[in-house]
Design a protein around this ligand. Structure first.
Ligand code: NAI
Ligand code: MG
Length: 487
């Protein structure tokens, strides 16, 4: 007998969305000079608020505020006092977790279950973790009394809006930098609510500045001469633009870019667990995950079994209202992202792969894409090489471990990978041979602030999180240290 789920909607009464938002500069809300644009709920296309398009002069104002705060206050504060502010922010994030989760889901389209259980708790954890580092930087591994860069420009994407903000702001503040952060144009609301948290925590004015806007605002930040370092998460395309823009300047950069992770299923894996891992690897957050397990590599001898179980499991994924606590897969974040997913999946069809989608009903309004797999995929197909950034899995097969490694590494990216096997020696051998920054074994998409995250090759430069992540925000006082990640 099939059970149907009654609707279990989360209430949105806990959030208070203003009809429009200004920019958060020097601890205050200031009108911008570049006009406004609407921000919507991608699940319904409802306009939620009007957002300011930050102009180059707004960026200039924010950078000056950050410099002033750095010189006059933040760089003079004893490290343990800095730490106290981070602890305070972390606790406020926990206290206001429900508000943040609801707002994130409304603006991003991700299921409330994920914003509530993953994004917001991890964001708070990131502040707690870095609060502890603030007065222990002598042990960060870059020499005695390391110094901050100064003013950092930070540009983040829309897939984990508050979490990416935390990944950027927490280490920057803990190490003594001040920041100008630009959220993604489709998901600015939790960053603007975070500005309120900074006020609530009595963070000195100008230590955190939030300037909303699109790529033009981002470019103005990158090119501002008053920035000492850029921290970016987003597309490889924009990562390359930033690398070119700062070449020949004194500016440093950390870049967290795309991925096309292999998720390798050996024939001795616990198949049911592996199937759950495949589902979590690609359908978590609608597949809008840079480290998503988007290339499944299955050993031929278990291919039929894995595929049957995977399709059976996919048919049970509940797609729909992100505010419903039973929902597994929410809305695609924007019309543009949906168009990209459709374009790449059409290329999959025309290049000869076989498409199968879960038989689910999609809502009429908003942006939606059913959980989809492609079989008969070869390494030359675009869907095996390019980041789709949606709920779409490309399935390839292999016969020997050596062939698995060869196929897994045949990508310009190298952010993450997964290995499923009951044999630890095989797991270790595989991990040693994979060219990927983060490797999960018998699990996938697990994150912890203490664990460094970052990639090889076109997946970016540098690491975020853990002791290694601090290096991207500190000047070395001893041994030489390169900003570039990936050996
Ligand atoms: P994007 O790289 O254009 O946007 C990311 C951030 O960069 C946003 O805040 C955006 O306003 C800003 N930006 C855009 N152009 C800029 C410029 N010239 N200078 C400075 N900042 C700029 O990514 P987009 O267009 O949203 O998504 C395109 C593809 O990128 C996705 O389909 C996905 O494949 C990949 N992507 C990867 C992410 C990751 O987590 N590594 C996150 C978001 C997108
Ligand atoms: Mg773009």
């Amino acid at each position: 007998m099939e059970f149907t789920y009654a609707a279990a909607p989360e209430s949105r009464s806990v959030v208070d969305i203003a009809p429009s938002y200004k920019l958060f500069i020097n601890g205050d809300w200031v009108a911008g000079k570049g006009g406004t644009f609407p921000t919507i709920n991608p699940a319904t296309e409802e306009v939620l608020s009007k957002i300011t398009q930050g102009s180059a002069s707004d960026i200039d104002r924010a950078v000056k505020a950050a410099r002033n705060a750095y010189t006059k206050i933040w760089s003079k504060l004893p490290a343990k006092e800095r730490g106290k502010y981070l602890f305070r922010i972390a606790r406020i994030l926990q206290e206001r977790a429900r508000e943040f989760a609801v707002l994130e889901t409304l603006n991003n389209g991700k299921p409330i279950r994920e914003s509530r259980d993953v994004d917001i708790p991890l964001a708070a954890a990131h502040f707690f973790y870095h609060a502890g580092w603030a007065d222990k930087l002598d042990y960060a591994g870059v020499g005695k009394s390391p110094k901050p860069y100064g003013v950092v420009g930070q540009i983040i994407p829309w897939n984990f809006p508050l979490l990416m903000l935390a990944w950027k702001i927490a280490p920057a503040l803990a190490t003594g930098n001040t920041v100008v952060l630009k959220p993604a144009e489709t998901t600015p609301l939790t960053a603007l609510l975070f500005a309120e948290v900074c006020q609530q925590a009595d963070l000195p004015d100008g230590v955190v500045n939030i300037v909303t806007g699109d790529g033009r605002t981002g470019a103005a930040l990158v090119n501002h001469p008053g920035i000492d370092k850029i921290a970016f998460t987003g597309s490889t395309e924009v990562g390359k633009i930033i690398a070119r823009a700062i070449a020949g300047t004194e500016k440093k950069a950390t870049l967290e870019l795309g991925g096309k992770a292999a998720n390798i299923i050996y024939d001795d894996a616990a198949i049911d667990q592996a199937v759950e891992g495949i589902i979590n690897g690609i359908f978590f957050n609608q597949g809008h995950v840079c480290c998503a397990g988007s290339r499944l590599l299955v050993q031929e001898s278990v291919y039929g079994t894995v595929l049957d179980k995977l399709q059976e499991r996919m048919a049970k994924i509940r797609v729909g209202d992100p505010m419903d606590k039973n929902t597994d897969l929410g809305a695609i974040n924007s019309a543009a992202q949906l168009a990209k997913i459709k374009e790449l999946t059409s290329a999959g069809d025309s290049e000869g792969a076989t498409r199968w989608s879960s038989p689910c009903e999609l809502p009429e309004k908003g942006f939606w894409f059913a959980p989809t797999i492609f079989t008969g995929v070869t390494e030359s197909h675009r869907i095996a090489r390019e980041e789709i950034f949606g709920p779409v899995l490309s399935v390839l097969t292999f016969r020997t471990p050596a062939e698995a490694i060869e196929k897994a590494n045949a990508t310009p990216y190298g952010l993450s990978a997964g290995i499923w096997s009951e044999k630890s020696s095989k797991i270790l051998w595989t991990a040693q041979n994979l060219r990927a920054g983060v490797i999960w074994s018998n699990t996938f998409n697990k994150f912890d602030p203490a664990s460094p995250f970052g990639g090889y090759k076109e997946s970016g430069w540098g690491r975020e999180g853990g002791r290694h992540g601090l290096h991207g925000y500190l000047l070395t006082t001893q041994k030489s240290h390169s900003q570039k990640g990936g050996k």
